[in-house]
Structure formats: structure tokens, C-alpha cells
Write a protein that binds this ligand. Structure first.
Ligand SMILES: Cc1ncc(COP(=O)(O)O)c(C=O)c1O
Length: 419
């Protein structure tokens, strides 16, 4: 039995609530306003979160904190299972909501646990032949990269890695940097839509066009953009889009996404076989037959989609770009700071990476955490050593100001000795 959308988003009866009980109520509360600098509006949004007021969370790039409405949907689902009620997951509502939010058609959505699993489905499901090459960049996360390293190692095939410019100056520069690695043997290109290292947006549309012309399979690691910026998976192009809604879409942990383009729904080999894996009439939905799974996370994902639809991706993107811009401008004005994130608005959205001269980012991370309970991420991968800050809809300009104040102090006088 399927629950309807309202049932998912209602919370337990009887509890005293200070946040809207349903997405409809939330949408009503958030109807007016929402410009990037509309602090009363964004204050209402912040009130939907459980983040304690004395914490500044700037690590959404690793994991997004779910709002009440998502936590409640998960709890409600779990409770119904424990009560032996049919919990059901409104799969059609979920796929439809995702399609409304991210574009693409509802039938193309598959629900692995994360980007890592999604990309494994792709890498293990494509047949590579002797002589084929896989192309990637030196800014890929292990979750997107290692599945390709495994299959190429196993089959003795080359995995070519191109270097991306840092900071990138234009989308064209990035396009040509990636394309410089293409040879007559390139069979697959696997690149991030937005790099976890520097928050740089790659020109996926243009790459998709070129790949389509050359018959190259484009697998996009889209761990970050959904929930951060407007997206149309139908328009973007490319063959596969792997993502982690537990990041910017603020869904429960272990909630992944794989969007399979129409041409691959009957062609990709399943990695996990259960009933129906070879029923091609099921298209991409063959990949959703994974045995018993934690469907509470899907109830949470549906609530997260409805939450973002209620706010509206225009407003979300406007706000995150505004906050990121405050950080970027503030950092650029601090002497001793080197930015790894591009300054061009078309190549950045809500993450910024930088280094302070003479300061180890991990020491800076400890300092920010001890001094003001600020959560950050250090990009230790590839020895880059950048400090990365993510800004989402629950952050405010006061938090950015506080961070900039601390960073200015460190750039001026170093990290104070611990007493
Ligand atoms: C670009 C990118 N790809 C893949 C991943 C892996 O995500 P997950 O652990 O959800 O599979 C991450 C995680 O930070 C990431 O930033």
C-alpha cells in the first residue's frame, strides 16, 4: 500500500511543534519574500533545522543536516514499520517530485545509497573492450573515481587523468583542459559537475555535446548540484548522473540517486541482480530491485524534495550564491589568502576553497572548531591542503561575518597558541 504525500509529511500526532507540520503549511508560511537578502524569510527557513544556535555548520559539502520535516518523515516511516502497518513508499510521488525539482523524466530515477554506489552501478554495468580508455580529472572524489579505477585495473585498460586549472579562469579553459585528454580510444568520460576540491562548475552541457558527437559515454559525478543550484537533468545531457541527496538536498544519510538517460535504461548491465533484472520493459526501474532496503530514507527524500519545492530552487540558489559571494569577497580582501575557487559566477555556486599563507588548513580547522564551533572540511586529497567552506540555506550573513573575522585574525597573526 502506498501512503500519499501528505501522510509522509505529517509528523506524529500530539507533539508540540514549532515548525510547520506539512509541506503545504511550510509553503504557505514561506509564500512571500525570499530575496537573497531577505533575513526574516531566511530566518523562518533556519527555524526548520535542528542545528543548535551556537554552531556554525559550513560543511554541507560532506553531509547536509536534514530539516525537521525530513527527520519526521523518516521517523514516521520507521514507526509504521515497527507498528506492523504497511509503511509503503510512494515511489511514483517520489520520482515525480524529483523530476519536478531536478528535471529529467520520472522513469529515469534509481535509488542507490550514495554517489559511490551509483557510480559503481555505471562502471560495472558498461562493457569495456580491449583498447578502450576511460578519461577523468585530477579533481575527482574517490566515490566517483574508484569504481573506474577498479574496472580499468581489472581489465588492464588505461585510466587517463587530465589536470584542471586552479583557479579556472573560464568555462572554455575547463572545457579544453578536459577535452585535451580525449583520444580515438576514449570510451568513457567521468567528471564532476562541481568539484569537491574547489567548488568549480564544469561545463557539462558542452562536454555532453562533444561526447555525444564522438560516441563517448559521459558519466557525471553530480554529488553536489542537486539542492544547491537549478538543474535540468533532461537538458544537461550526458548518459548518467550520480548524486548524493544527503548532501545539498538535505535528505537522510545513505540516500543516493542515479539518473539514467533514456538510451541506457535497457542497455546498462545491473550490478545487483534481483527479480526483474532482465525484464527490459522495466527500463531504469530494473535497478531499483535491490532486495529489502531502508525505505525510510526514501520517505525522507520525498520530504526533502517537497521541502525544496516549497522554498523554490530560484530562491535557494539566490541565497546560497549570495552567502558564497560574501565569503568569497571577504576572503579575497584578506591579505595572505589564496583562493582556489574561480571568481567567475558561472563557475562557482556554494563552496569555496582557499589557503592562508603559512597556515596549515588542518590547524586552522581545529582553531575554528575550538573557538566558535565552526565545522569545516580540509581537502587533504591529492595533497591539495585547501580549507573548504560550504554555505547553505540555514546559514546567515552573521555567521559569514564571524568566520571572516576569525580568518582575518589568523591571516594577520597566525593561530593563537592553546593555553
Ligand atoms: C564530488 C563527490 N563525489 C562523490 C562523493 C561521494 O559521496 P558519497 O559518500 O555520498 O558516495 C563525494 C563526497 O563528498 C563528492 O564530493
Amino acid at each position: 500500500m502506498s501512503l500519499d504525500r501528505r501522510s509522509f509529511l505529517s509528523v506524529l500526532g500530539g507533539a508540540t511543534l514549532t515548525w510547520p507540520r506539512t509541506v503545504e503549511a511550510l509553503a504557505q508560511q514561506l509564500a512571500p519574500g525570499g530575496a537573497p537578502t531577505d533575513e526574516p524569510f531566511w530566518g523562518l527557513v533556519r527555524a526548520q533545522f535542528l542545528i543548535p544556535p551556537d554552531r556554525i555548520y559550513l560543511n554541507n559539502g560532506t553531509l547536509g543536516p536534514s530539516p525537521h520535516i525530513v527527520v519526521d518523515a523518516v521517523t514516521e516511516h520507521t514507526r509504521r514499520v515497527a507498528m506492523t502497518y504497511p509503511p509503503g513508499v510512494a515511489w511514483d510521488d517520489l520520482k515525480q517530485s524529483l523530476s519536478s525539482l531536478l528535471g529529467g523524466d520520472a522513469d529515469g530515477f534509481v535509488f542507490p545509497r550514495n554517489t559511490t554506489e551509483a557510480m559503481n552501478f555505471v562502471a560495472h554495468g558498461i562493457e569495456l573492450a580491449p583498447g578502450d580508455e576511460v578519461l577523468t580529472t585530477d579533481h575527482e572524489h574517490i566515490g566517483g573515481l574508484e569504481p573506474w579505477r577498479l574496472v580499468t585495473t581489472r581489465q588492464g585498460l588505461p585510466l587517463r587523468v587530465v589536470a584542471l586549472p586552479v583557479p579556472a579562469l573560464s568555462p572554455d579553459e575547463l572545457l579544453e583542459a578536459v577535452w585535451s585528454g580525449v583520444t580515438d580510444r576514449t570510451r568513457v568520460m567521468c567528471v564532476s559537475h562541481l568539484t569537491f576540491t574547489t567548488g568549480t562548475i564544469l561545463p557539462i552541457r558542452e562536454l555532453a555535446d562533444r561526447c555525444a558527437e564522438r560516441g563517448i559515454v559521459l558519466a557525471v559525478d553530480g554529488a553536489h548540484p542537486p539542492g544547491m543550484m537549478r538543474l535540468d537533468l533532461g537538458e544537461l545531457g550526458g548518459d548518467f548522473y550520480a548524486s548524493s541527496p544527503h548532501k545539498w538536498l538535505l535528505a537522510p544519510q545513505g540516500t543516493g540517486l542515479l539518473y539514467i538517460s533514456e538510451g541506457w535504461r535497457e542497455r546498462l548491465w545491473p550490478t545487483l541482480a534481483s527479480g526483474g533484472w532482465d525484464d527490459l520493459s522495466l527500463g531504469a526501474q530494473r535497478f531499483n530491485h535491490m532486495g529489502t532496503m531502508d525505505e525510510s530514507r526514501l520517505a525522507g527524500l520525498l520530504a526533502a524534495c517537497e521541502f525544496f519545492l516549497a522554498i523554490g530552487m530560484d530562491r535557494v540558489e539566490g541565497r546560497v550564491r549570495y552567502l558564497q559571494g560574501l565569503l568569497q569577497d571577504g576572503l579575497a580582501s584578506i591579505s595572505g589568502v589564496t583562493l582556489a575557487t574561480p571568481s567567475d559566477n558561472n563557475m562557482r555556486a556554494a563552496m569555496i576553497s582557499f589557503q592562508i599563507e603559512g597556515v596549515e588548513s588542518s590547524a586552522l580547522q581545529g582553531h575554528l572548531s575550538r573557538t566558535a564551533r565552526i565545522r569545516t572540511r580540509v581537502i587533504g586529497e591529492y595533497d591539495y591542503g585547501w580549507m573548504r567552506l560550504s554555505t547553505h540555506i540555514y546559514n546567515g550573513p552573521d555567521e559569514i561575518e564571524r568566520v571572516l573575522e576569525l580568518l582575518s585574525g589568523v591571516a594577520r597573526s597566525g593561530i593563537p597558541a592553546r593555553g
